[in-house]
Ligand binder design. Structure first.
Ligand code: PMP
Length: 397
């Protein structure tokens, strides 16, 4: 053993000595976070970058007083399902907004962001080697989270239809994940599609995991959650987030909605991993729920109009993207460039100072796409950026 190690670097020696798990060694970095980290570094050096890679919209939500919050509670752990009053507030909101009835004592758990909620749900349903079906482009963390829960992601190429999903279901399949509305395309699922997926879940006795982190970005009441059809939540697990819908991603508050048994199993995992989210922030959101929404809702409407203007501009200059109508993301084709999406994004960043995210992060079938976010830059700057992206595609063809 010792002799074989001669000639290896220090890093290789340590990893070949089995100090790290295969699962962590083989995990991929989140592509969006990787590129945004480069942007933060460049900005710190004073480089001006047009940022179209960030996964958020900047809403100017004012800071309300923390002094109003109950001092006897805020410094301490809270209930491991989340504080009852906030659970009740969310349950009322879900009924009114999305027609989803839920028992706030048993069917919802608030935790530190929806990312960990999704992972804990995967831990609650997967045995080693179980499969989870997800279509590309898929949010960067689904395949990695499935693997971290000892499951196998079965990734469907981007050009297949929802009605093809059944071909990918095997006796090992435990779940299908959808993201509605969709990051990175902005696609909003129709009632027919959601109904079909629920029928598929019932037929094969599997779960439909519905990640609804951007639900409030869908205008005109067009958002349909499986929870409004599968009211007993026999096959449905919903994830939602205070991050995007409330414009406070850094506060790490998210939640999971499902039937009592599922929530109980996730609760046990939550008790061992998280305990509870930051109590003070739960109270803050509870106290200022309506006030925060009174800021974010009009801004989301503005963003929706901005999205329409960007879509029209892309059409004018001949940039193509996958179908979508909500959120602040576009998944844009870079065909006919000769570059891979990573080469394209790295060169676009270092030569043109524009940051977008490589499509490869969203699946192998997506290497001729990039994700563009319009959440943080002004419309004129975005148009300028799109012109440069178009030129860069031509230059690298
Ligand atoms: N799902 C999707 C599709 C996302 O884009 C994100 C954040 N980028 C999350 C879940 C996680 O959100 P959070 O943990 O901030 O609630």
């Amino acid at each position: 053993m010792k002799r074989q190690l001669i000639g290896l670097t220090h890093y290789e020696r340590i990893s070949s000595m089995g100090r790290y798990s295969n699962i962590s060694e083989n995990a991929e970095q989140a592509m969006s976070i990787k590129y945004n980290t480069i942007v933060y570094d460049l900005k710190r050096k004073g480089v001006k970058v047009l940022v179209m890679s960030l996964g958020e919209a900047f809403f100017d939500v004012p800071l309300y007083s923390f002094a109003e919050l109950p001092i006897s509670e805020i410094y301490h752990y809270s209930h491991s399902l989340g504080i009852p009053e906030l659970r009740k507030k969310l349950a009322d909101y879900f009924l009114k907004q999305y027609s989803i009835p839920l028992n706030s004592d048993k069917e919802i758990l608030i935790t530190s962001g929806s990312k960990i909620a999704i992972y804990m749900a995967l831990m609650a349903i997967l045995n080693p080697g179980d499969e989870v079906v997800v279509q590309e482009p898929c949010w960067v963390s689904y395949p990695e989270q499935i693997k971290l829960a000892y499951g196998i992601p079965v990734q469907i190429p981007y050009d297949r239809s929802i009605y093809d999903y059944e071909k990918y279901i095997t006796p090992r399949t435990k779940a299908i994940i959808i993201n509605n509305p969709h990051n990175p395309t902005g696609y909003v699922y129709t009632k027919e599609e959601i109904t079909y997926l629920l029928e598929l879940a019932a037929k094969h006795n599997i779960w439909l995991l519905s990640d609804e982190a951007y639900s409030d970005f869908v205008m005109d009441g067009k958002f349909i959650s499986p929870g409004s059809i599968d009211k007993e939540k026999n096959h449905t697990i919903i994830f939602n987030s205070i991050s995007k819908n409330f414009g406070i991603s850094g506060w790490r508050l998210g939640y999971i909605i499902s039937n009592e048994k599922m929530i109980h199993n996730v609760l046990k995992i939550n008790q061992h991993l998280i305990t509870c989210p930051a109590t003070i922030l739960e109270y803050y959101v509870l106290n200022y729920f309506e006030k925060i929404l009174s800021y974010t809702v009009p801004m989301m409407k503005e963003l929706h109009e901005k999205r329409k203007a960007v879509a029209a501009y892309m059409k004018d200059i001949g940039l193509e993207c996958l179908p979508g109508s909500a959120t602040f993301y576009f998944f844009v084709s870079i065909i006919p460039t000769k570059l891979t999406s990573e080469e394209f994004c790295t060169r676009l960043l270092t030569e043109e100072y524009i940051s977008v995210v490589p499509g490869l992060g969203y699946g192998y079938s997506c290497d001729k796409f990039v994700r563009i976010s319009i959440g943080t830059s002004k419309l004129d700057e975005i148009k300028c950026g799109l012109d440069k992206i178009k030129e860069f595609i031509i230059k690298t063809s």
